[in-house]
Design a protein around this ligand. Structure first.
Ligand code: ATP
Length: 493
């Protein structure tokens, strides 16, 4: 699938817009529209619920984006948060040296009289067998040797732009957790192992942002720092190693729980030479994005590096008192670090389907109901009939108390269904003549409505009075649609 299909759907249906579009846009900055903000909030809510509310060993935090500049010195970001950058001597474009072979490249092939080809990422030319050595974008310029470029956004605090006022927009949320380790430990009376979770904005001056919301300058992270006593042993193995594996499994399962297909996920172990110097082991969860397998989440065993560094630099003890062994220890930390925006992209890509229904193309997002921006759409079959409209509006008002739901009468029913399919709304409720009856003909309505399920397009007839119970079962209690189908009569489609 082509990423452009998703980009275009996102714009057309109010998920994601180019930032500052009326001014020509700003590269790699995106705004979440009415449906996008719901989807992203739902992703974050699902993550928070599963990792904070449903775990007795986790608490939450929301630290400030601006931090004391010494944080970034101690954490190593000032000196080491860099990517290797190369420049094209001809077209002046800049690239991340370590990602050069992950984009398609332009080649003027000597074996075909210098014809221009665009060659897939990492592959040699089919005609002359050459591999890329020059600029991948213009195909002509030589590249400079790599030099290190710091990715942190610098800014000034206060009215004077002087060195003493320099601070940084955080490039990760994690440091806010480390510097609050003791505050959280003491105030919440926690015992190891425990974790602190945080969701928030991070900023990186990426050399080559792109691929829609995959790599941007401003993004949201969902990070966990899980602290473990390094002296503990579980089943004969160091506790930090066991917890690392448990978190890898848990995070791998999490994406699948919300609908991502197993075959579109894989684990990639970092090689020894790729590991940060303090990391004992790091594994990335990768997703098969349209542009290729790429990182969705990194899960690292950072040992006691961060707490040790901040303890040393601040002069405050960031140790934990091990009651059993009567010693102070520096906990080890396991860090599952995910991107909210990258997750949104993966969920969208994985949910996207094109089907043929009665000779027509049907586009649908098979989003998990917890993630779907809208849960229920209430649709009148005929908008000229006042009782139908009034009943539909009243149903929507009632359902909106509990679930994000909309009323729509701006097209014929077939088109209304297609619109809801395209944004992933799991259920539509339709009010028709049978529901309200016909006063002129002295026919009473049956006060029943049709519920249509998005994926199967099956429809059942349900009394209005039972709607809330049915949706509570479907949307909160995890009852399968098949159980509802078994209970109520099918409706004519
Ligand atoms: P990459 O190698 O892709 O630059 P990274 O290894 O630097 O990523 P981490 O520092 O491990 O990324 O950040 C954790 C997570 O934050 C990533 O897995 C990703 O989901 C998200 N993330 C990092 N950088 C960006 C970005 N520029 N735009 C969007 N999400 C990002």
């Amino acid at each position: 699938m082509n990423l452009d299909v998703i980009v275009s759907l996102c714009k057309r249906r109010g998920f994601i817009f180019q930032s500052s579009e009326i001014y020509g846009g700003i590269a790699s900055c995106w705004d979440y529209g009415p449906l996008g903000v719901e989807l992203k909030n739902n992703v974050k809510r699902a993550w928070w619920r599963d990792n904070v509310y449903l775990r007795p060993d986790m608490v939450g935090l929301d630290a400030a984006i601006l931090m004391h500049p010494n944080v970034w010195k101690a954490s190593g970001h000032l000196d080491h948060f860099t990517d290797p950058m190369v420049d094209c001597k001809a077209c002046r474009r800049r690239f991340r040296a370590d990602k050069l072979d992950e984009t398609p490249w332009i080649h003027y092939c000597p074996a075909t009289k210098g014809n221009k080809f665009e060659i897939p990422a990492g592959e040699p030319c089919k005609h002359c067998g050459a591999r890329r050595t020059l600029c991948p974008a213009c195909g002509k310029g030589e590249l400079t040797p790599p030099r290190q470029f710091n990715l942190m956004f610098k800014t000034f605090m206060g009215p004077v732009e002087e060195d003493a006022a320099v601070t940084y927009l955080r490039p990760e949320t994690a440091q806010g957790i480390f510097v609050n380790f003791d505050n959280v430990l003491q105030s919440m009376r926690l015992k190891l192992p425990f974790g602190i979770a945080q969701i928030g904005k991070s900023f990186r001056n990426e050399i080559t942002p792109g691929n829609f919301i995959f790599r941007t300058h401003e993004f949201e992270q969902m990070e966990i720092e899980y602290f473990v006593n390094p002296n503990d042993v579980i089943d004969g193995r160091p506790a930090d190693e066991v917890w690392h594996e448990r978190w890898i499994e848990e995070r791998f399962a999490w994406y699948q729980r919300y609908g991502i297909r197993r075959e579109h996920l894989r684990l990639r172990e970092h090689e020894k030479d790729e590991l940060a110097h303090y990391a004992k082991r790091t594994a990335d969860i990768e997703y098969k994005f349209p542009m290729g397998w790429s990182e969705l989440e990194g899960i690292a065993n950072r040992t006691d590096f961060d707490l040790r560094q901040h303890g040393k630099a601040s002069g405050k003890s960031l140790t934990y008192f091990d009651e059993e062994r009567k010693t102070h220890v520096l906990p080890y930390v396991i860090e599952p670090s995910a991107g909210a925006d990258r997750s949104v992209l993966a969920f969208l890509v994985d949910a996207y389907r094109e089907e043929e229904v009665r000779g027509e193309k049907r586009v649908l997002l098979r989003l998990h109901a917890d993630l779907a921006p809208l849960k229920i759409a209430v649709l009148p079959l005929l908008k000229k009939r006042d009782e139908i409209v009034a009943t539909a509006r009243e149903i929507q008002r009632r359902l909106a108390q509990r679930w994000v739901s909309v009323y729509d009468d701006t097209a014929a029913i077939g088109r209304l269904y297609r619109r809801q399919d395209e944004v992933g709304t799991p259920y539509c409720v339709t009010v028709d003549v049978q529901t309200v009856g016909d006063a002129e003909k002295r026919e009473a309505g049956d006060r029943k409505v049709t519920i249509r399920e998005r994926d199967s397009m099956e429809q059942v007839r349900v009394p209005i009075t039972e709607l809330e119970t049915v949706f509570r079962e479907l949307l909160a209690d995890g009852v399968a649609w098949s159980a509802i189908v078994a209970r109520y009569p099918a409706a004519k489609s």
